[in-house]
Design a protein around this ligand. Structure first.
Ligand SMILES: Cc1cc2nc3c(=O)[nH]c(=O)nc-3n(C[C@H](O)[C@H](O)[C@H](O)COP(=O)(O)OP(=O)(O)OC[C@H]3O[C@@H](n4cnc5c(N)ncnc54)[C@H](O)[C@@H]3O)c2cc1C
Length: 506
């Protein structure tokens, strides 16, 4: 059989270079030819500085050690995300969302167990922060990498400079014989059957391929503009469509850095019309405000972020961005697969975009290979990726739907938004009725992406509980777990982890 082995990737943002690296790693030995074309004139979006633990598996697959890539990208470790001011319920003004780790098996069951009783009005503690080692590591500004004597790995993500990560990935891909072309695609020619035939570059070259990978960012040059695959907007579910970014704390010298503590978590703070991120890199802090342009304009958003950062008069570098929130109907259509912002985007609250990028690339490699390089697995691939998008969307929507802020119509409208999926409704009803959420999630046919512990953290972290009963029924079962023991267990575990800044410098 003549295997179609020519692949052209359009776009050199993080998505394009991740695709180039993974495809080269998988297919290079089988004689695939991979070329990537990117336009220096158009450039990349250049934001996206937080990841999930999935990014570690990406580097593991392409055989790159942290000691090699992290210093080059000013990268730091991420234990999870601290959500501040999303809930106004006393005692629940902030909570930490950890990445699930094996060590949590010693403490998370108590959290889940207590939440069942707390939902019946019984006074037991189930604020998530008390039950997760990662929450304490983040609070103590420690790295998630344990000392040698503590043999329990912790899940973690990263923070990084996305422009530097892009440059790093170019080198790696080119070393694997990916052909790098700098030019702008001016036109796209189709075969008679509607497949893509070639890309016409502004240097006169025609780029032919068997498979075209659309990594052209929000432009979606191939999947949407050329192949006219419809876009399914999530704007009724998720209101935010804009962002303003403003880096701070530039540290010029190693001496500057040495004396400063370094966060090992992303901080997401609710603002008047959205939320602001605080992402620590080794040399600076990334800040941005994601908001809805239906509720405030770009100047207002910039002023609010400046005020938060104490930069009202500063000439700090500011960028304003628009976001297209939703997904394409099909990620693989004809001989084109879309990866990255071209396939869709869910706002960056849980920093899931690169996770979805990686899943799409790996899913495509598997589906194309399993189908013997035909399109036979196209439908199941598209269904799987769509499910992923919907699953992430529902979890993000939950953050807005359950907020209890009343300060602006933005938050009030979000709390009353009825554009939520049947799956999300089922989860909420189970929680409010005091049912076992683990069972609900396991039994439903829904497209869950987040594990039950994440849903518990969100709902318990917001303090969504009935009022505590005035007269306490004697409920011996409610106090099955000794929380002092859990406090001590987590505290002692945390002594096996080093200060984040010192760990990165050493
Ligand atoms: C405000 C914001 C915050 C974000 N935060 C996060 C986060 O914390 N974590 C996370 O995982 N993700 C985040 N993301 C998403 C993340 O930025 C993207 O998923 C990631 O950068 C990949 O982008 P991309 O490669 O798809 O597109 P881009 O970076 O836009 O790259 C597009 C490429 O296509 C090329 N191109 C386009 N048209 C042509 C043409 N005609 N000819 C030649 N070349 C062309 C461009 O030159 C460029 O190289 C965020 C996004 C936004 C908007």
């Amino acid at each position: 059989m003549n295997i179609p082995k020519k692949i052209v990737i359009l776009g050199g943002g993080t998505a394009g270079w991740m695709a180039a690296n993974l495809m080269a790693k998988k297919w290079q030995s089988q004689g695939f030819e991979i070329a990537l074309v990117e336009s220096p004139a158009i450039g990349i979006i250049g934001v996206g500085e937080g990841s999930t633990p999935q990014l570690k598996t990406f580097f593991d697959i392409i055989g790159v050690q942290e000691s090699e890539w992290m210093p080059k990208c000013n990268a730091t470790y991420k234990n999870g995300i601290l959500f501040k001011d999303w809930s106004t319920r006393p005692g629940f003004e902030s909570y930490f969302h950890p990445f699930a780790s094996h060590i949590d098996a010693h403490s998370a069951p108590a959290f889940i167990y207590n939440s069942v009783f707390r939902r019946q009005g019984i006074a037991v503690d189930c604020h998530p922060d008390r039950f997760f080692l990662s929450a304490l590591l983040a609070k103590q500004q420690k790295t998630p990498i344990p000392d040698y004597n503590f043999p329990f790995p912790i899940s973690y993500g990263y923070h990084f400079d996305s422009a530097l990560l892009g440059k790093f990935l170019v080198e790696k891909a080119v070393a694997r014989k990916v052909k790098h072309i700098e030019a702008t695609v001016e036109d796209v020619a189709l075969h008679e059957n509607g497949d893509i035939n070639f890309l016409h570059l502004d240097n006169g070259q025609k780029l032919r391929a068997d498979i075209f990978v659309d990594c052209s960012g929000f432009r979606a040059q191939l999947i949407q503009k050329t192949l006219k695959v419809p876009f399914v907007s999530f704007k009724d579910n998720l209101f935010n469509d804009s962002a303003v970014t403003m880096p701070t704390n530039d540290m010029a010298t190693a001496e500057d850095k040495k004396d400063q503590k370094l966060n090992s978590q992303t901080i997401s703070t609710a603002m008047k019309y959205g939320w602001a991120w605080d992402i620590p890199l080794t040399n600076r802090t990334g800040n941005g405000y994601v908001y809805s342009s239906n509720y405030c304009n770009a100047d207002q958003a910039e002023t609010e972020l400046r005020a938060k950062l104490g930069l009202l008069e500063s000439d700090v570098e500011v960028r304003h961005l628009k976001m297209n929130v939703g997904r394409v109907e099909k990620h693989w259509a004809r001989n084109c697969v879309a990866i990255g912002l071209s396939q869709g985007f869910i706002e960056p609250l849980e920093a899931t975009a690169l996770h979805l990028v990686q899943e799409t690339i790996e899913g495509f490699i598997d589906a194309y290979s399993a189908g013997n390089y035909t399109h036979s697995h196209q439908d199941s691939f598209n269904q799987k990726i769509n499910n992923r998008f919907e699953g992430v969307r529902d979890y993000i929507v939950g953050h807005y739907r359950f907020n209890s802020r009343e300060d602006t119509s933005y938050w009030r409208d979000n709390a009353q938004n009825n554009h939520i999926s049947p799956q999300l409704k089922t989860i909420v009803q189970a929680w409010l009725k005091g049912e076992d959420l683990n069972k609900t999630l396991a039994n439903s046919n829904n497209v869950n992406y987040y594990p039950p512990v994440s849903w518990h953290c969100l709902l318990a972290g917001y303090g969504i509980f009935p009022p505590q009963l005035k007269t306490m029924p004697s409920h011996e079962h409610a106090h099955k777990y000794d929380l002092n023991y859990i406090d001590e267990f987590i505290k002692r575990c945390a002594t096996n982890f080093k200060d984040h800044r010192n760990f990165l410098i050493s």
